[in-house]
Design a protein around this ligand. Structure first.
Ligand SMILES: COc1nc(N)nc2c1ncn2[C@H]1C[C@H](O)[C@@H](COP(=O)(O)OP(=O)(O)OP(=O)(O)O)O1
Length: 168
């Protein structure tokens, strides 16, 4: 992995950009509450996020999104809807392309696993201070059932630049 000299989005050739890893995030939203996790390992360990992770060989983004929720919280998300894409470039050279889903219901009882602690929040009380910086930019759009594509440049945990396009 080669560090890149970018400080703004315009320093990156987005036309030919391809992430090292495709991944997913899923937000179960039910009766004005959202199910988040305290992530115990992997990229973003310690932060609050939606359950999710990297695609496995041969898997679709939807299959990955469902599997990751099952693995991390022992529940199955239902009524999955795709809402958008987040293209993350880090200045250390790493990149990850995240596909974001919302689910309006689930089967089972969410429990702690070795990957995640389940946490429910009212949708007006989302703990953005404990989440990745980009979440404030696009999670409100997903909550409004909008579709979006966003590009983000990070130096470790610090977001240097971003842009979001709303899709119709
Ligand atoms: C940089 O900004 C990010 N913001 C948000 N909201 N989420 C992010 C960001 N960067 C990565 N993520 C998400 C995307 C994925 O859901 C995870 C990373 O995947 P993880 O390291 O958990 O991958 P797994 O395949 O589950 O890995 P292990 O099972 O080996 O732990 O973070």
């Amino acid at each position: 992995m080669q560090p890149i000299a970018a400080r703004t989005l315009s320093d990156i050739d987005w036309e030919n950009w391809k992430a090292q890893d495709p991944a997913t995030l899923t937000f179960v939203i039910k009766e004005d509450h959202i199910l988040l996790i305290r992530k115990k390992r992997g990229l973003g360990a310690g932060k609050i996020n939606g359950p999710g992770g990297r695609l496995e060989e041969g898997e679709t983004t939807l299959e990955c999104a469902v599997r990751e929720v099952q693995e991390e919280l022992k529940i199955t998300p239902l009524n999955m809807a795709f809402h958008g894409e987040c293209l993350f470039q880090f200045v250390d050279g790493y990149s990850i392309h995240v596909y974001a889903f919302a689910a309006s219901d689930y089967d089972g009882i969410a429990e702690e696993t070795d990957e995640a602690i389940p946490l429910w929040f009212h949708i007006n009380d989302i703990p953005y201070d404990e989440m990745w910086e980009d979440d404030r930019c696009w999670l409100p759009l997903l909550l409004k059932k909008k579709n979006f594509i966003g590009r983000y440049l990070f130096d470790k945990d610090t977001m240097l630049d971003y842009e979001i396009e709303l899709l119709t």
